[in-house]
Design a protein around this ligand. Sequence first.
Ligand SMILES: NC(=O)c1ccc[n+]([C@@H]2O[C@H](COP(=O)([O-])OP(=O)(O)OC[C@H]3O[C@@H](n4cnc5c(N)ncnc54)[C@H](O)[C@@H]3O)[C@@H](O)[C@H]2O)c1
Length: 354
Amino acid sequence: MNKITTLLLSASDVNLLMQKYGIDRLMDDLTFRLIKEFENFNTLDTVIPIRSGFNYNTDHVGLVEWMPVYKTGEEVVIKVVGYHPKNPVKFNLPTILSTISSYDTKTGHLKGLVDGVLLTALRTGAASAVATKYMAHPESSTLGLIGCGAQSITQLHAISRLFPIKKVLIYDTDIEAVKSFKNRSALLGLDIDVLHKEIVNILSESDIICTETSIDVGEGPLFTEYNNKPHLHINAIGSDFPGKIELPINLLKESFVCPDFTEQAKKEGECQQLTDDQIGSDLYTVIQNYDEYKHLKDELTVFDSTGWALEDQVVMDLFLDLAHEFKIGMEVALENISEDVKNPYHFLFKSVNV
Ligand SMILES: NC(=O)c1ccc[n+]([C@@H]2O[C@H](COP(=O)([O-])OP(=O)(O)OC[C@H]3O[C@@H](n4cnc5c(N)ncnc54)[C@H](O)[C@@H]3O)[C@@H](O)[C@H]2O)c1
């Protein structure tokens, strides 16, 4: 029988891999791999359609989306991701639930199926770190975090690997999220002061800001007043759905706005608020032509992060590589491969003969 198997990486496998490899080394490798991927990205080798999905408002708001990427001649990776902002309060579950799968394009075989919850948080942090590396001032030491949920931890982790962060200014509408942030972030082992501030102070005192709130559709922006440092860089993470925005249009118009994926950001990101001529180059263009964009480190910049499927492919491949290296995960014959490939009922012959 032609046995082909799928590598399953469960939540505990992913956690074990992170512990064995080290969370800092893992974040550094992920950030490095993302940069390499952005440097080499071209639309002939990698096909990425805008994500699609179902959104609903039954007893509360939610959506399930699929985010595909096709590496020509190699693999198709599809992340399926749910966003249900009432999850933490109603079900004690994360707002983002997700799985990522990888398919062999020679046969269509499912090569791997991996937890996407932690992997999404990791790659979203790493993508912000890459954008920050290319657009923020290199001596940036004060980081503002508006929204102190799950993503705020990996934003801090990833950015602190590249910048000498000393002070972290935090704000959340949920005071419990503010209170627990210090304990949650302590696991990163950073030498930082964490201070609870109003948004207006975060805007004026920070060198880098990440906005990662679950603000409702139609409720944005998060603020209207601001008096920022001239070199402020903002990673806008939470605007990732039609009508869901975090930043005021005036600030966007004054900034160089760099989307992760322009066509998607125009539908779902901060770019919804802008006309084409007000939108800057996307991140891979900035990276591939960095000499033209070096001046950005002294200017007001916004990374409009809606979440790009390429990032999911990079983080999944990293975990599949680590799983093989550490021999962690379970190989399962998930797909039904009949001994007679022209007869799906062939297994019945066996049971009749027994
Ligand atoms: N761009 C990407 O690639 C990407 C990836 C993952 C998540 N996200 C988005 O990031 C956001 C955060 O995700 P999460 O997993 O951290 O969710 P979470 O539920 O863990 O945290 C969100 C936090 O935002 C706070 N909040 C809501 N409204 C606020 C407001 N007006 N001002 C300040 N704080 C507010 C909530 O109290 C909560 O603590 C979501 O909108 C999600 O869709 C984007």
